[in-house]
Design a protein around this ligand. Structure first.
Ligand code: MN
Ligand code: MN
Length: 383
């Protein structure tokens, strides 16, 4: 029987290179990141970090639930998008607020009610459940309130410097406006504001709201012209030999003008093909399963990162990459872009649509590889 310490603790050794690490070491993290500890021999050069887990992010605990964020502060390469993971207890309210950035959201569990009012006085009120998205344009005020089952969701903002701790809260503004000004603004007496909260509420407990119909207010200006709600999980996916993809951008969720996404599911053993994006950097959120991503940064630079549920990944603009399912369950992730359209370039499609002899002479490819290219005229994740 193998010595359990040798068997359980991975060592930074590959083909006679490296040596044992006898400590000090953070063994659980080494086990979670096998491709950092023992990189594939093809990995080379210095690249910025492209992984940060929500599990390493500070939790903001409040009466109504919790929130944590992975922004440019946690993951410095992530300049285009920032993410917040939040949970609200049944009835709890993420208070009425607005911010500089647009907000794209994916409901992970449970359900909530969301509202917004736009610059034309048109309003929006809907309930969303697991698998739904919402999108609020920058500067538009909104709220989130959990329904009877509570809710957990991912928020994605179109600026890496966003912070959930720097939003404009209605209670904060009231607390910092002289009572005399409030009295004039609302046409009432100063004493009418005696029970205002003294500071911002942020996330606080409340009663589960009534049925949606009885909560609606009809605006004289009507509803928002493009719904801020979309169901992602019920979209018919693009199906391929290795998994599925649901692509959502401004063409099918027209309100989402600044953020696009693909919800990708990769079967055990399969890969999200070698590709890159001609639009912008890619921000990733791993929903379930395990995988690894190899990133090619030109000039011989390449690095491989491991991911599991709750991790954030990032790929700088135009860098080539693949994602391989290294677990035994489907690997589910969101690929997100600060761009109105989802766009990618498939390596195989590029090669298939370029004169064959030219391609062959670059890479000394045999007939078998050349024949496989002819089947690759369609990129893997596009309808
Ligand atoms: Mn918000
Ligand atoms: Mn990609």
């Amino acid at each position: 029987m193998a010595d359990p310490t040798v068997h359980d603790v991975p060592q930074p050794i590959r083909d006679g290179h490296g040596a044992t690490d006898n400590g000090p070491r953070n063994t659980p993290m080494d086990i979670q990141n096998p491709n950092l500890l023992v990189p594939p021999k093809e990995d080379a050069g210095t690249l910025p970090n492209m992984k940060f887990s929500f599990s390493q992010a500070h939790m903001r605990l409040d009466a109504g639930g919790w929130a944590r964020e992975v922004t440019q502060r946690e993951l410095p390469i992530a300049t285009t998008l920032a993410g917040v993971n939040m949970r609200l207890k049944p009835g709890a309210i993420r208070e009425l607020h607005w911010h500089l950035q647009s907000e794209w959201a994916y409901v992970l569990e449970g359900s909530c009610r969301i509202s917004a009012v736009d610059q034309e006085g048109r309003n929006f009120l809907e309930d969303v459940t697991a698998g739904d998205l919402w999108f609020f344009p920058r500067g538009i005020p909104h709220h989130i309130q959990a329904l009877a089952d509570g809710v957990e969701f991912l928020l994605v903002f179109d600026d890496g410097e966003f912070s959930e701790n720097n939003t404009f809260q209605i209670s904060d503004w009231f607390a910092h406006t002289p009572r005399s000004v409030l009295a004039k603004n609302f046409g009432v007496a100063e004493e009418d504001f005696d029970s205002l909260p003294e500071s911002e509420l942020y996330m606080f407990n409340g009663p589960v709201p009534p049925a949606l119909g009885s909560d609606r207010i009809v605006s004289p200006a009507g509803d928002v012209p493009r719904s801020f709600k979309h169901n992602l999980d019920s979209m018919t996916p693009v199906r391929t030999s290795g998994g599925t993809a649901r692509i959502v951008d401004s063409t099918n969720f027209t309100a989402s003008t600044t953020t696009s996404a693909a919800l990708v599911e990769i079967d055990p053993g399969a890969i999200r093909e070698l590709h890159w994006h001609p639009s912008n950097d890619e921000w990733q959120y791993y929903v379930s399963g395990r995988g690894r991503m190899g990133v090619f940064a030109n000039s011989g630079h390449n690095r491989t990162f491991d991911f599991r549920a709750g991790d954030v990944g990032y790929v700088p603009f135009a860098m080539g990459h693949y994602i391989e399912n290294t677990g035994d369950t489907p690997l589910r992730l969101l690929e997100m872009f600060q761009a109105p359209r989802f766009e990618d370039v498939s390596l195989a499609q590029w090669m298939a649509l370029t004169p064959g002899e030219l391609v062959r002479h670059h890479l000394n490819l045999n007939d078998k590889v050349m024949a496989s290219l002819r089947k690759e005229k369609q990129p893997v994740f596009r309808p």
